[in-house]
Design a protein around this ligand. Structure first.
Ligand SMILES: [Fe+2]
Ligand SMILES: [Fe+2]
Length: 175
């Protein structure tokens, strides 16, 4: 993600008012996938969704604003908490929408984008193409964040560093 690109600046101008809100900043306190915070996850997902919508001449504004708060659930989902019913995967889209809609006004499409972002884990399908874009980008980002975390961990172990150095040399010299 290039923060100085023209695209990122256009994207950020759409969400800059939301970004100032303390609840949005609070997403930095909670981990989403591995060591990626909910804030960083939402920011990158929203930006990629925005870029796709721009290319396809879709609703970039609704896309960016909804995707930026799609995981504003504001709790540690790894810890079972009293009063929180149901599995996180099935419930957090609604929790995020309820918390976000107490702060920001959303149109029908933005509501659908946030509420349906876990489809097909949650069974009711989205109504808008922008909602489908978030379901795909969200899953892709989850995989990418997890892969980046484990590949960094893997590469910092001395034995693997040594192997990644010595194995290519062995293969080059094997007739
Ligand atoms: Fe989510
Ligand atoms: Fe997400």
């Amino acid at each position: 993600m290039n923060y100085n690109s023209k695209n990122f600046k256009e994207f950020y101008s759409i969400i800059s008012d939301m970004d100032k809100h303390p609840a949005v900043q609070e997403m930095k306190k909670y981990r989403q996938h591995c060591d990626t915070s909910c804030y960083d996850h939402c920011l990158s997902v929203a930006y990629y969704c925005y870029c796709i919508c721009k290319k396809l001449h879709l609703d970039t504004k609704s896309m960016a604003r909804a995707a930026f708060v799609h995981d504003l659930f504001l709790y540690n989902w790894r810890v079972r908490q009293p009063g929180r019913e149901g599995l996180h995967a099935f419930t957090h889209a609604r929790t995020s929408y309820e918390k976000a809609s107490n702060i920001f006004n959303f149109n029908k499409k933005e509501k659908d984008i946030i509420l349906k972002h876990m489809w097909p884990v949650t069974p009711i399908p989205p109504k808008y193409i922008e909602s489908y874009i978030l379901t795909l980008v969200d899953k892709y980002s989850a995989l990418e964040e997890t892969y980046t975390y484990y590949s960094k961990k893997f590469c910092t172990k001395k034995i693997y560093k040594f192997a990644s150095f010595i194995l290519p040399i062995l293969f080059i010299h094997i007739p």
